[in-house]
Design a protein around this ligand. Structure first.
Ligand SMILES: [Fe+2]
Ligand SMILES: [Fe+2]
Length: 180
């Protein structure tokens, strides 16, 4: 049975395939660059809308990391001699619109509001985890080692952010159980 590695070797026997893979990598890079910039603009309002200090702090810290993600992506672009540019990421646009709807539909100062923000935020983190995981693999396939290691660093921060959100949600459950 042919392994994934074998099929990759076959792909690379034609040089036009390397070009199309690089194009796909760039397209995905521009997509997540748009998404991260959009997050930098959106996260302050999410932190503001949150009820508990735990969630406000988590979002504010991840906002700082997200600014770092933007800078890291700029380093990725420059590591392969490309100028940073964006393409609209419809998925992130949609996720953030849904997040705004959840904020509109919940009452300020309630735990329901925080639950809504955590759901919306984890959907965003999972999107980013998928995007960075794929980008890192593409970078490795293309032999872009610097890019791959930069992307891996952001991937880890996205995973940590996701875990922290789960921890906050679970702490609500525990506090609730204690109160009963
Ligand atoms: Fe990010
Ligand atoms: Fe993130």
């Amino acid at each position: 049975m042919a392994s994934f590695g074998d099929s990759v070797k076959n792909f690379f026997s034609g040089s036009d395939n390397v070009e199309s893979l690089r194009e796909l990598f760039l397209e995905e890079l521009r997509d997540i660059y748009y998404a991260e910039n959009k997050l930098v603009n959106t996260l302050p309002a999410m932190a503001e809308a949150a009820t508990t200090n735990d969630l406000k702090t988590a979002i504010t810290r991840h906002l700082e990391e997200t600014r770092g993600h933007v800078r890291r992506l700029e380093q990725v672009f420059s590591s392969i001699n490309e100028t940073p540019s964006e393409v609209t990421c419809e998925a992130m646009k949609g996720l953030l619109e849904e997040g705004n709807e959840l904020i509109d539909e919940t009452i300020e100062g309630t735990l329901t509001r925080d639950a809504g923000i955590i759901i919306a935020s984890q959907k965003v983190e999972h999107y980013e985890i998928a995007a960075y995981g794929s980008l890192r693999t593409l970078a490795r396939l293309l032999g872009y080692e610097t890019a791959a290691s930069l992307l891996a660093q952001t991937l880890q921060e996205e995973k940590n952010a996701d875990t922290l959100l789960t921890d906050i949600a679970e702490s609500f459950v525990n506090q609730r159980a204690l109160a009963e």
